[in-house]
Design a protein around this ligand. Structure first.
Ligand code: TRP
Ligand code: SF4
Length: 325
């Protein structure tokens, strides 16, 4: 028996990295218990990449292929691309009629993001970017989802979604359940240079990385700067390698810590051990990924669109009735 309906999305950034893995593993688990809808949020990618849309399609397909490699299963979940379901855009438009501007302006991340992009010379004070969380509300509500697995950073967006649902239900007809957040334990691993992990900083490890790629990136990890010689005692708490061991070598992390502090292990050996651990986890994913053809991805998202569209269409029927249009 299904516990209800889950929906989640991800912006297509192209090939995924190990920082995405805990989110995806959570999705893979959820598909055993819930009716799941997972989609690539390509409209959302356009809110910031409006002047450079050339890579969005390819990035979307690559991301979906990575999802399948990690274990999302089109037999269990509906896997689709947002822009293939134009009803998302229609519901977003209708929501925009009754959503006060102030609700969008006060979303905590909004002003920060605008500032962040401005510093990089990019103006995202557009209509579309302000409406980002409203489009997200439409994504969720159009499937009348019960729960949305998201990271903590997305909680304000989900709160806005609930407010929009309440307002619609109050103004017109009670159509939408108020979805709850399904908070999962996600591991926040830094990039190899200690900054936020991102493909654009080239400080990430792709989930499809070869053993050589993994070794290269692990070798580039920032270690304890005070540890110049192998005989110097180390401070694992400031070392990126150690942060990764916490996650990838749980059973050995305490021993590694002690050995580091006592200068019983050198950074070279410590890194080699980590690279092997990561490789153990990525090998089956990489092997599955190699077998996923372009054609298969096309089939999956086509079938996903068919199923998603049936659901979205049914909701839009109710919405149009409620609005009397
Ligand atoms: N904003 C989400 C992110 O950046 C992506 C997203 C778009 C989403 N629509 C959604 C997530 C609906 C959950 C539900 O990760
Ligand atoms: Fe980091 Fe390992 Fe070197 Fe200690 S031994 S500083 S944990 S790489």
């Amino acid at each position: 028996m299904s516990k209800g309906r889950i929906l989640s999305g991800m912006r297509p950034t192209g090939r995924l990295h190990i920082g995405h893995l805990s989110v995806l593993e959570n999705w893979v688990r959820l598909q055993e218990e819930y009716d799941c809808f997972f989609f690539a949020a390509d409209y959302h990618a356009m809110t910031t990449a409006y002047d450079d849309t050339g890579a969005i399609k390819e990035n979307t397909r690559e991301m979906v292929a990575d999802w399948l490699a990690v274990g999302l299963d089109p037999e269990k979940s509906v896997i689709f691309v947002q822009s293939h379901i134009p009803e998302h855009a229609e519901l977003h438009l209708l929501f925009s009629m009754f959503t006060p501007l102030s609700w969008l302006e006060r979303v905590p991340t909004y002003k920060d993001q605008v500032q962040h992009f401005k510093e990089q010379g990019k103006d995202i004070m557009t209509y579309g970017f302000l409406g980002y969380p409203l489009l997200q509300a439409a994504d969720i509500l159009i499937y009348r989802a019960d729960a949305v697995p998201v990271g903590e950073d997305q909680l304000p967006h989900l709160e806005l979604c609930r407010e929009v649902a309440r307002r619609f239900n109050h103004l017109y007809a009670k159509i939408f359940p108020e979805p709850r957040a399904e908070l999962s334990r996600v591991t926040l691993l830094p990039g190899v240079d200690g900054r936020k992990m991102s493909k654009s900083y080239a400080n990430d490890i792709a989930i499809t990385a070869s053993f050589d790629d993994i070794k290269k990136r692990v070798n580039a990890m920032i270690t304890d700067p005070a540890r110049i010689r192998k005989t110097d005692p180390g401070h694992p708490e400031v070392c990126v390698v150690h942060k990764y061991h916490h996650y990838y070598s749980q059973e050995k992390v305490l021993a590694i810590e002690e050995d580091c502090r006592a200068a019983r292990v050198g950074c070279v050996a410590c890194k080699r051990f980590l690279a092997e651990k990561i490789n153990e986890i990525l090998t089956p994913i990489r092997e599955r990924r190699e077998k996923i053809s372009e054609r298969y991805v096309t089939e999956v998202i086509k079938e996903g669109a068919r199923k998603a569209r049936a659901e979205a269409g049914a909701t839009m029927e109710l919405v149009r009735q409620a609005l009397n249009i």
